[in-house]
Design a protein around this ligand. Structure first.
Ligand code: KG4
Ligand code: ZN
Length: 315
């Protein structure tokens, strides 16, 4: 079965084709940023990009999977209306996909390990820990009560003049760190099941915003990403112990950070757990994860039908 995946929840238009557990096509069309995502502009961009993005890949398709939420409503309307119209016109089935579940299930689709597993989803819009019992059978056990972890990177990057999206730029600058300057960051909600990142964001911005020395900024970025990794690992450890799971997944845009990947890998090895991470280029938003979850879910739950509405918020 050939599945076309269409991702349009935020700013990038992702289109991919998968077939029997393999990636056949994968493209991501990014849009220009103006220091952040402007919802109205993002929707217009998808509207212009989507036809040309899909057209070369639309051959022998059996199923269309598209992001149905959570995300920006305008962007979701463009992608989901296009997908449903295309499915109707071509007389093929379509399936609505939850963006967060797609991030979470991509490593399973690639590596096919045993259930249950514990998934940490770290993106620009969400920070969640999910206990996954099977395909479509999961429970959110922890979430951020305020900002998502990616938001910390994006806001700080803006304050220190790096631009958007912040995480990758912070990681790049951190490579120039020399460990000359040291910074103190708060570790919020350590005794709680949930995450909180707004205090860390404010404290971090207060320490660096008046700074223009590049060497200090590089040390700051380096220590910030290590600190974020520690916060994530703390919570992962808490729930790994509670559920006694041996398989761990980390995904979402922030999971492309090599320092965070490395530290979580070390943690998993110490606990003799298996860690499954998407390839770096598949951590952020992409069409592959949408097509992949479409393939997995279709086998069990079938198609979605066309009377289905996008939704903006997951939790
Ligand atoms: O999953 P994603 O592409 O979109 C959402 O679903 O939100 O995640 C985007 C987030 C942004 O906050 C971005 O700054 C962060 O992922 N990100 C990173 C890195 N690359 C992207 N954070 C840390 N290090 C990176 N290398
Ligand atoms: Zn995402």
């Amino acid at each position: 079965m050939r599945v076309l995946g269409i991702e349009s929840s935020c700013d990038d238009t992702g289109v991919a084709v998968v077939e029997n557990g393999e990636i056949v096509e994968n493209i991501l069309i990014g849009q220009e940023h103006f220091g952040g995502v402007i919802p109205e502009y993002a929707a217009r961009f998808h509207h212009l990009a989507i036809y040309n993005a899909v057209k070369p890949f639309f051959y022998d398709i059996d199923l269309i999977a598209y992001t149905n939420g959570p995300g920006l409503m305008g962007s979701l309307f463009v992608g989901s209306s296009f997908a449903k119209g295309l499915a109707y016109g071509a007389n093929i089935e379509s399936i609505a996909i939850n963006h967060i579940e797609a991030h979470m299930m991509l490593p399973y689709w690639v590596y096919r390990f045993d259930f249950p597993f514990l998934a940490l989803i770290i993106s620009g819009g969400h920070t969640l820990l999910v206990f996954v019992r099977g395909i479509g059978d999961f429970e959110i056990v922890s979430r951020s009560i305020d900002d998502a972890v990616g938001e910390v990177f994006d806001k700080i990057a803006r304050h220190i003049g790096l631009g958007y999206p912040g995480g990758r730029l912070i990681e790049e600058l951190a490579q120039e760190a020399r460990g000359v300057y040291s910074f103190e960051f708060p570790k919020p909600m350590m005794n709680s099941d949930n995450f909180s990142f707004s205090g860390l964001k404010t404290a971090a911005i207060n320490q660096i915003s008046r700074d223009s020395v590049v060497e200090r900024k590089a040390d700051f970025c380096d220590q910030l990403q290590c600190h974020v990794a520690r916060i994530l690992i703390d919570k992962l450890a808490r729930f790994q112990k509670l559920y006694g799971v041996r398989n761990l997944v980390v995904s979402g845009g922030v999971a492309s950070n090599k320092v965070i990947r490395g530290k979580i890998q070390e943690f998993a090895e110490n606990l003799q757990c298996q860690l499954f991470l998407p390839d770096i280029n598949l951590c952020g938003d992409n069409g592959v994860m949408i097509a992949a979850l479409g393939e997995l879910r279709f086998e069990i739950f079938g198609a979605s039908g066309l009377n289905i509405k996008p939704f903006s918020s997951f939790v």
